[in-house]
Design a protein around this ligand. Structure first.
Ligand code: DUT
Ligand code: MG
Length: 611
């Protein structure tokens, strides 16, 4: 049995914590804050920095208004210039000094936002990947790969952008406008109120815009996921596309999605254009108000020339955030749409998971498999796939399952490692319900060669040792021999180091099956399940494999699905399935005597010679 590493234990612990702490789905911002674990203080410093450098924007107009009033236009300007030239220089030096300081603060502040957002991105991405890894089959049947990929890439980036840019911009706008408003009030309350009266007008525009833009972003996000799904399915299904010469059709199909995505993007961008004139009008209204009201106060002597220049020099500090608001709202809505998708996965829970006191230990299971009146139906299906299945496989026995295609063989064996949960009855291993075992423990004791072989883009050695990376080369070779794979592997240019492409490109169907069998054997399982694993292997090789399976140097119960009599005839028990039910059972001889489906099969495949 494999040793559980410290790192694995740590991951397990943190996931348990996560599972407990994530029962209620919080709001988006609260969710962001929880994921800022360890860098909340840094982020707060970042926000404080934003306030400081925006407040410092006021220094330039403040010093310039002092210079104008005291040294250029005021009554005692000439006098001051002659007597206090040092103050004049000091004011100019202060203006330059504050500007340099401000630039430095902006630099470090941006860095803080970037660091925090990357840390959060790293954390959330890992959690998402973990969640996806631990999901059950139902999840994989529900979500399409392209959609999941969009969630861990594009959607997550929108979340990062929220932290790195959108929030900074919100605080920037807020601090700039409030600092300017306070400074305006300090200089001249009446003029300040006249200018700030445009606020409610702008607020109305933004609320309307927000209502229109939110659904656009949700749609945009769907279109992107759709496009990614089409691309992903096509790339992985490239052989089918080529076989049917459907390249042009697929290119056109992608083009449709791409166009759709582009058009939605343009439409989203245009939504802001509809609102832009109103915002621009309001922004320009500021200048008009300033000229009219400011001019009037200047003439009446309620405002000095320096103050007027300061007012005028700061209108951008109100107008720019106004113009920026559209962009901010846009990005905020992008974040809203994306974070919903990310949080769906973040808070998703596998239906099939460990019970609270699930059994797990270091000892090997004996491998007694018992099905007690098991029935099963897929969640999305409307007919039962398995009906009242009962049988027992004693440790070390071989059970063969046969039956026409679609009768439920694969569904049956998928219940043993709990890929799906039985809808009726129970499945016991060593007398304990499979639901009472820890999934990891249960599955470590099962070696499964699936009907559809999937190999990783890795060396043959790496593929065989996938379930237990601690095994040495000699053992890998030994398991390859059991699976009759050693011969052809040895003949390959780089032997066991040969890299097989994605999904085993470069190998024949039978070769892939044999590697998959070696991989299942390499975990030295208590229960070996083979789903049509030798169907593409020639009869001679198959005979050899059958012999090896009998001579394994560890005890294991074998459950073998096969179509060939040659594979199944030596089994301790043969189960014949029809429409989800076991209709015949017994040994080869017993079933031939019975003269049912199996006997017909023997006649068909062996021309009756074995009878
Ligand atoms: N089925 C589903 N959803 C699935 C898989 C299968 O509804 O995700 C249905 C299709 C079929 C029945 O369940 O009608 C049994 O399928 P299974 O794959 O168990 O059949 P099989 O006996 O393994 O067929 P084959 O010999 O073709 O592998
Ligand atoms: Mg099958």
């Amino acid at each position: 049995m494999k040793r559980v590493s410290e790192k694995e234990k740590e991951i397990e612990r943190s996931l348990m914590q996560l599972a407990q702490s994530t029962t209620v789905r919080p709001g988006r911002i609260k969710w962001l804050i929880t994921n800022m674990k360890g860098c909340k203080t840094l982020y707060l410093i970042g926000i404080l920095g934003t306030f400081i450098y925006n407040g410092m924007q006021l220094t330039v107009p403040y010093f310039s208004s002092r210079i104008i009033d005291d040294f250029l236009t005021g009554e005692s300007a000439v006098n001051n210039m002659a007597l206090h030239r040092d103050i004049f220089y000091a004011l100019i030096a202060a203006m330059i000094g504050f500007t340099i300081l401000r630039v430095l603060i902006v630099y470090f502040d941006c860095m803080i936002y970037e660091v925090v957002s990357q840390k959060v991105l790293y954390r959330v991405r890992n959690i998402l990947y973990d969640k996806i890894q631990r999901q059950d089959m139902v999840f994989y049947n529900t979500y399409r790969t392209g959609d999941l990929m969009t969630r861990v890439t594009g959607d997550l980036d929108a979340v990062r952008h929220m932290l790195a840019w959108v929030i900074r911009m919100i605080f920037e706008a807020f601090s700039l406008v409030s600092a300017t408003a306070i400074y305006y009030m300090y200089m001249n309350v009446k003029l300040a109120l006249c200018i700030l009266a445009v606020g409610p007008l702008l607020f109305g525009v933004i609320v309307l815009f927000n209502k229109k833009i939110a659904p656009m972003h949700a749609l945009l996000r769907e279109k992107l996921a759709e496009m990614n799904t089409v691309a992903q399915e096509n790339i992985s299904g490239n052989r089918v596309v080529k076989a049917f010469a459907r390249e042009i059709y697929e290119i056109e199909r992608f083009d449709e999605c791409n166009k759709d995505y582009r058009d939605t993007n343009i439409k989203t961008a245009n939504t802001w254009l509809d609102f832009y004139p109103y915002v621009e009008f309001t922004a320009n209204l500021l200048r008009v108000i300033l000229l009219l009201a400011g001019g009037l106060f200047l003439i009446k002597g309620e405002l000095t020339m320096g103050e007027f220049v300061a007012f005028s020099g700061l209108t951008w500090a109100i107008a720019n955030p106004m113009r920026q608001l559209g962009n901010i709202m846009n990005e905020f809505q992008r974040f809203a749409a994306a974070s919903d998708k990310v949080m769906d996965i973040y808070y998703s829970k596998a239906h099939i998971r460990d019970k609270e006191n699930a059994i797990s230990n270091d000892s090997r299971l004996k491998g007694r498999v018992e099905f007690r009146d098991v029935s099963f139906q897929y969640e999305d299906g409307n007919l039962p796939v398995l009906k009242h299945i009962s049988f027992t496989a004693e440790p070390g026995q071989t059970i063969a399952i046969m039956g026409e295609t679609g009768c439920g063989k694969t569904s049956l064996i998928h219940l043993i490692p709990r890929f799906y949960e039985a809808t009726g009855g129970e499945i016991l291993i060593d007398g304990v319900n499979v639901e009472d075992y820890k999934l990891k423990y249960l599955r470590e004791n099962i070696g499964l060669a699936t009907q559809e072989v999937l190999l990783y883009s890795d060396s043959i050695d790496g593929n065989i040792a996938y379930g237990d990376s601690s095994i040495k080369r000699e053992q890998v070779v030994r398991f390859a021999r059991y699976a009759s794979a050693d011969d052809f592997i040895a003949k390959m240019p780089e032997g066991y180091e040969t890299i097989v492409g994605e999904r085993g490109v470069g190998l024949s169907g039978g070769q892939k099956q044999r590697i998959s069998l070696a991989r299942a054997l390499a975990v030295r399982p208590s229960i070996l399940i083979l789903d049509d694993t030798t169907s593409a292997v020639d009869l001679e090789t198959e005979k050899h494999i059958q012999q090896s399976l009998k001579e394994l140097d560890f005890e294991c119960t074998k459950i073998i699905i096969a179509q060939r009599i040659s594979t199944t005839k030596e089994a301790d028990q043969i189960l014949i399935m029809q429409h989800g039910e076991i209709t015949e059972r017994g040994t080869h001889e017993e079933l031939i005597k019975k003269g049912g489906y199996y006997a017909d099969l023997v006649n068909l495949q062996m021309g009756g010679e074995a009878v």
